[in-house]
Write a protein that binds this ligand. Structure first.
Ligand SMILES: [Zn+2]
Length: 208
């Protein structure tokens, strides 16, 4: 399995392409669909599934074009469907937590609400794609419609309990250098939100 990151659009959104057995699973393909298709072609990869970490527009801008081109439907947790801008017939809604087996990979979708009701983190082996739930040194906003700080605290407690060597890929690049990639161990030492979720989650109530 290989993971490729394409940082696209004006908000440093990360689109992920996961390669396995000459197939590709895409997470949050957005903004520059031609660039994503060009990348897939350059690696001779056939996209077989698309997952959205949540339904905010910046994670699915123009994704309908990609879904139509490859005749796919995007997996989205049903709790986020109400404010999703993609046509319903391009969606495969489901209820997380849920496990999928695609392209020879076991995909474990964890329900991590807080940033939105239907936010999920997508775990494959020791890699987790956290969308806007967890960033390098930060967490997702909880002031938008559908957000809930208490839910985010519970989601952070869940993420803080993962093995330290779990590799994190976030929904935006907000950190320095490779600002979209970290580990649970690293974030537990430098991300005040994750650290608090592990050590004293009650304190997070004043921070979110
Ligand atoms: Zn978002």
């Amino acid at each position: 399995m290989k993971v490729y990151t394409l940082m696209l659009g004006p908000m440093s959104n990360c689109s992920y392409i996961i390669e396995n057995q000459e197939q590709a699973i895409l997470i949050d393909p957005s903004w520059d669909i031609p660039a994503i298709c060009k990348f897939l072609d350059s690696k001779s990869l056939k996209p077989v599934a698309v997952f959205f970490t949540h339904a905010h527009q910046d994670h699915m801008t123009d994704a309908d074009k990609l879904l139509k081109k490859y005749n796919l439907k995007g997996y989205l947790d049903e709790r986020d469907e109400a404010f999703c801008s993609l046509p319903y017939d391009l969606l495969n809604t489901y209820k997380a937590p849920k496990k999928f087996e695609i392209a020879g990979l076991n995909i474990d979708v964890l329900l991590t609400p807080g940033h939105t009701r239907g936010s999920v983190c997508i775990k494959i082996d020791n890699i987790i794609f956290t969308g806007d739930t967890l960033f390098v040194n930060s967490v997702g906003r909880t002031d938008l419609p559908g957000a809930n700080p208490d839910s985010l605290i519970q989601s952070l407690i869940l993420l803080a309990s993962l093995p330290g060597d779990t590799i994190i890929y976030t929904g935006h690049s907000y950190g320095r250098n490779e600002g979209f990639k970290s580990t649970v161990k690293q974030e537990l030492s430098t991300n005040p939100y994750l650290k608090m979720a592990k050590e004293n989650p009650k304190l997070l109530e004043d921070m979110l």
